[in-house]
Design a protein around this ligand. Structure first.
Ligand SMILES: Nc1ncnc2c1ncn2[C@@H]1O[C@H](COP(=O)(O)OP(=O)(O)OP(=O)(O)O)[C@@H](O)[C@H]1O
Ligand SMILES: [Mg+2]
Length: 363
């Protein structure tokens, strides 16, 4: 399972829709056999368009897509070793669950005994064994979603493309289905490519993620690498929460650089290759610590006032501002059973972080 053994090779793919919208702009990615790969980005960034080109429902304006080493130029969707679960999936309301799942096999001319057997197997996979006789309106939303999945799995594709498969579900069910999907993918060993605009969904499910912005892929990496080492402001800001400062590189010494953080001063932080000039300086909220007393030298720090406290049950989000325009946030865990807030609006606090947790962002 790695991009060294790609099952999908997207090579310089672009899509310009009639009317001039450049929905996908020169995208190159390899997706490895057996990967759980996510396409992540804000609404309108081109995720569905890219998926539809892989499936063969849209013709690229430029570039080439290979599946299992074969060029897909001129290959019809139904001739590709791929199946797709659409953003707005539909099950046939008048057909039983079993017939819904077996429908694609029927269209392919598979005999009734064989197709019902395979449909039963697919229903077992999505934990709907024994539900075959029901009608779709006798199922919950999550169960209907699984019928759509079973219908895609029944044809035993090499690759399953899933466009926002969980977006219709409520938060609790969504989390449960996220775990189910990962389990299912591991069990069947099919390559999954999932589209989502929900970053926590992508982080928790995928083994690699491509982050898209305005038709362009900004970074492709495993979840922890995207989170801890984003390569630009867009990825840093889109994945998780981020505290951002303006800074300037004023000196380089070995593996460190000296950065002048606006309103905080000069600090030594670990360098990244080629970093220079005006940059973004960032630190994740959970790397930020709040103290009443000034932290020890060696930590990067500034003093501010608590401007907001947002209670979330297990944790509270604390927002701090100072009079030089800094505005940061961090979460504190409510590990003691108490209704008294630990920090209140107006409190004077020190915010600090370790130099090693500083992110330097070029653009
Ligand atoms: N058939 C079409 N004709 C013209 N423009 C289109 C067409 N389909 C999509 N677009 C445009 O292409 C861009 C990318 O659309 P796409 O559906 O790929 O985005 P997306 O990332 O899937 O968004 P969402 O998260 O909202 O589903 C958008 O600007 C959209 O308006
Ligand atoms: Mg879409």
């Amino acid at each position: 399972m790695s991009e060294q053994d790609p099952i999908i090779q997207v090579q310089g793919i672009s899509k310009r829709y009639p009317g001039g919208v450049m929905a996908v702009n020169d995208v190159t990615i390899d997706i490895g056999r057996g990967e759980f790969f996510a396409l992540l980005g804000p609404s309108g960034c081109g995720k569905t368009t890219l998926l539809r080109m892989i499936a063969g429902f849209e013709i690229p304006t430029d570039g080439e897509i290979l599946i299992d080493g074969q060029s897909m130029l001129g290959v019809q969707p139904n001739k590709r070793p791929i199946n797709m679960v659409f953003q707005s999936y539909a099950v046939f309301p008048h057909m039983s669950v079993l017939d819904n799942v077996a429908y694609g096999l029927k269209m392919d001319g598979v005999a009734v005994g064989e197709r019902n057997k395979r449909a039963e197997e697919a229903l077992e996979m999505v934990k709907l064994g024994g539900y075959g006789k029901r009608l779709p309106n006798q199922l919950s939303g999550g169960q209907r979603q699984r019928v759509a999945l079973a219908r895609a799995l029944v044809k035993r594709p090499k690759v399953l493309l899933l466009d926002e498969p969980l977006s219709a579900l409520d938060a609790k069910l969504r989390e449960a289905m996220q775990i189910e999907l990962v389990r299912l993918q591991q069990q069947v060993g099919i390559t999954f490519v999932i589209v989502t605009h929900d970053q926590s969904e992508a982080l928790s499910m995928a083994n690699r993620i491509a982050v898209m912005e305005k038709g362009v892929v900004r970074q492709v990496a495993p979840p922890a690498e995207l989170y801890e080492f984003p390569n630009c402001r867009f990825v840093a800001d889109f994945i998780g929460k981020m505290n951002l400062f303006e800074g300037q590189v004023v000196g380089v010494g070995g593996s460190d650089v000296v950065v002048d953080i606006k309103g905080i001063g000069r600090v030594d932080v670990p360098a990244i290759p080629g970093i220079e000039g005006e940059i973004g300086v960032a630190v994740r909220p959970e790397k930020l610590r709040l103290d009443r007393a000034q932290p020890a030298a060696g930590r990067i720090s500034f003093q501010g006032k608590v401007s907001d406290v947002a209670y979330h049950g297990d944790s509270s989000w604390i927002f701090v501002q100072d009079d030089r325009g800094h505005s940061v946030m961090t979460a504190i865990q409510n590990e003691e059973r108490s209704t008294a807030p630990k920090v209140a609006v107006g409190d004077l606090v020190w915010c600090s972080w370790s130099p090693g947790d500083t992110l330097l962002l070029r653009e």
